[in-house]
Design a protein around this ligand. Structure first.
Ligand SMILES: Cc1cc2nc3c(=O)[nH]c(=O)nc-3n(C[C@H](O)[C@H](O)[C@H](O)COP(=O)(O)O)c2cc1C
Length: 372
């Protein structure tokens, strides 16, 4: 039974989602992060929809959690956190057909991506490109909502504040609601702003005050201070964490602790961060060094970019290491952490094809490192 909350805890309460991050947050990362606590839901990397009905294997590759879904249990991480399936596309009918496949396979909800800034995606009429036309946002959401009728699976949407400017921000949000979205995540920047700070939380507030569905604030929530500021300025109870979920893997758990008790826990120290990196590395120890070490460097880079001084100096010291033994030895130097044998023995060959992840569909990851 859920313990009853004090009025103060009730005011602080709010859900926290893990943002979809193509090429960065996959099922292994979701399992790792949700195991640390604090997260209420996650969203997959996007499945690109053109005009065809995609085969189930495409959905299962992006969302392996579907493999464990059943008629009574929708896709969840091993720690029971629901995993929404994200679609990216423009054609309402094609989106609808594929949303139905996702629902049949066990997606708890279907999310539509209206935020991707990647040039290849926008050129092919998807992601943030649709924010130039609220009518098209409406039709995409409506197409999915209609296709999901009778399945019990809701449609949600994720937008930015606009394409080149914010003039249509509210109109797009209202279009998503009118189309039938049951929740709207708003990344507080336009496509033009890429990932450059700041995220405009007060603009999210202009949307929150006009919509009846839950609006979720997203963008630049890096620590407790940002969390509360984002909530205050946006008027949102719920937030979604992207890069910070990796930069500080315990942030969500710390926020939840504060929500429940009002107590601020100390910042995550380097040993705790390194421990998460090691447990993630053990989960992907089957990958060759040339794949696995860059994945860990990418994660460490997020920790460093968020301003963690220890991550910065460690990153500088080991960023040129290519073999796992030297990389992980440098990562734990000076801590009491021990390395599992799998992190000391190099792997040079890719695993059998069944385990090989297919290459990313397009790269929002590139767009993130090279702001448009
Ligand atoms: C590398 C990378 C990949 C992303 N991939 C997706 C994606 O597949 N779908 C999506 O809706 N947003 C994607 N985003 C946007 C994030 O979900 C989020 O909106 C953005 O990073 C802002 O939140 P943050 O400041 O907490 O990171 C991606 C962002 C990054 C940095």
């Amino acid at each position: 039974m859920t313990p009853s909350l004090t009025p103060q805890a009730l005011a602080r309460a709010g859900r926290i989602g893990i943002a979809p991050m193509e090429g960065v947050i996959d099922d292994i990362t979701r399992e790792c992060l949700t195991g640390l606590g604090g997260y209420d839901w996650c969203v997959t990397e996007f499945v690109r929809v053109t005009h065809v009905k995609l085969p189930p294997r495409v959905f299962k590759r992006i969302c392996p959690e579907l493999l464990d879904a059943s008629p009574t249990q929708t896709a969840r991480t091993r720690h029971e956190t629901p995993v929404a399936l994200q679609l990216l596309g423009a054609d309402p009918e094609a989106l609808g057909i594929n949303a139905r496949v996702a629902a049949r396979l066990g997606a708890p909800s279907v999310d539509i991506n209206f935020g991707c800034p990647a040039k290849t995606v926008n050129r092919h009429d998807g992601g943030a490109a649709l924010l130039r036309s609220p009518e098209r946002v409406f039709r995409a959401v409506e197409g999915v909502r209609k296709a999901l009728e009778g399945t019990g699976v809701p449609v949600t949407a994720k937008i930015r504040l606009g394409f080149n400017d914010r003039r249509l921000a509210l109109a797009c949000a209202q279009a998503a609601e009118a189309g039938g979205a049951t929740q709207l995540v708003v990344h507080g920047r336009t496509k033009q702003e890429g990932y450059r700070p700041p995220a405009h939380w007060e603009w999210i507030g202009k949307i929150t005050s006009e919509l009846s569905i839950p609006v979720v604030a997203n963008g630049d929530i890096w620590d407790m201070h940002c969390y509360w500021r984002a909530r205050s300025l946006s008027g949102c109870r719920d937030v979604m964490l992207g890069r910070a979920a990796l930069a500080d893997p315990f942030l969500a758990a710390r926020i939840k602790h504060w929500q429940a008790t009002g107590e601020l826990l100390p910042e995550t120290d380097w040993t705790q961060r390194a421990q998460v990196l090691l447990s993630h590395a053990e989960r992907c120890a089957h990958l060759p060094d040339k794949v696995m070490v860059p994945l860990l460097k990418q994660w460490m880079n997020m920790m460093r970019q968020s301003g963690n001084a220890e991550a910065e100096s460690r990153f500088q010291a080991i960023k040129r290491h290519k073999g796992r033994a030297e990389f992980f030895t440098g990562l734990v130097a000076g801590t009491a952490l021990e390395l599992a044998p799998s992190l000391l023995t190099s792997v040079t060959r890719m695993p059998e094809p069944a385990q090989v992840p297919e290459s990313p569909q397009t790269s929002e990851a590139d767009a993130a490192t090279t702001p448009a």
